[in-house]
Design a binder for this molecule. Sequence first.
Ligand SMILES: [Zn+2]
Length: 391
Amino acid sequence: MRWLPLLLIAGLLLPGCGPEDDYDPETPWVEGELGTWRAGLSVAEAGGCSTGIVAGLSRQLIAEVNCLRPNTLTDFSGANIVAGDVVWPFLQPGGTTGLRAAVRARGQNIRINSALRTLAQQYLLYRWWQEGRCNIGLAARPGHSNHESGLALDIEDNAGWRASLQAQSFQWFGADDPVHFDYRGAGTVALSGLSILAFQRLWNRNHRGDLIDEDGLYGPQTEARLRASPTDGFAIGACPAEPPPPPPVDAAPPPPPPPVDAAPPPPPPVDAARPPPPPPRDAGPILDARPPDEEPEPLDAEPVAEMPPETPPEAPDGGFEPDFAGTFAPESPDARPPLPAPAEGRQSAEARFTGTGGCTLTPGAPADSNGTGAWALLILALGRRRRRARA
Ligand SMILES: [Zn+2]
């Protein structure tokens, strides 16, 4: 006997195994004016004529049903389906599929005035009806409305939609409640006990010192707690708190860094792609061969003038070799090529040194008289040698 409640709850969670639907007759409900709301307002204190005042609590109740039995209530919102702000657009999966198919088949907008109703909403309707308020013709007891099943729809233009909905296993209620259709397709579950159980679990989760039976039955014990419940929902919502989320979030960060680190490579390829710097345009083969610290002998130097007349003139530093090669060769004076005209040789030397750093000759420098004097002395010395050789 002790495990009887467990069997009852198991029955609620299994499709087709719950208590038979025991729906009270009721007349269509049209949402009215929203009552005055304040933080902490209880369900018992809710006024007005709109069940939207318990929207916060209703949202938790719907979520709790789907926690108890995942995918029991599915959102049918979509193209061509128009529902009011206070309407909870939920049906059991077969109903959602059927409604969408009917809308596609007819290709028109369907306007829905009522669909899923939570236990808290139904409590308000029943109480307002008992109090003779809000123009309610007849309301079902909490837990006994077919709108708590997740299978019912109240629509406009029921005559226009009848064929399309019936083709999808929706049953028209009849002339007593012409706006009402119930989905009677396969795979549905009796939801009444499940919706009551959802409330009982939410209550107990938030009131450890005032636990009630979680039996899916609506009695005085459950109704008292429902009346005391906050219209905007409990501090602890549907489903047990799930601490797991934080860890995965912390574990996620690592990925970003790798791509960022992988980006740097660009610089190296750029350097590698750059061709080696071309040799200095001005660097001539001879000047390059000279050690950097070795300065070319200035043209001003007058080696010939300092040279004894009998001593063959030494070739100046390598810097002059191309232009003066042979000019100073002492071995065979006759074989040496004709001496370039002084002006030309000088011009050539200037051109060669133009732009070479470290050369004393610079472009645009005034003709130096010392250089001219050196050439004159050189020519005189050579002339003297020739004459002496002839003699
Ligand atoms: Zn209805």
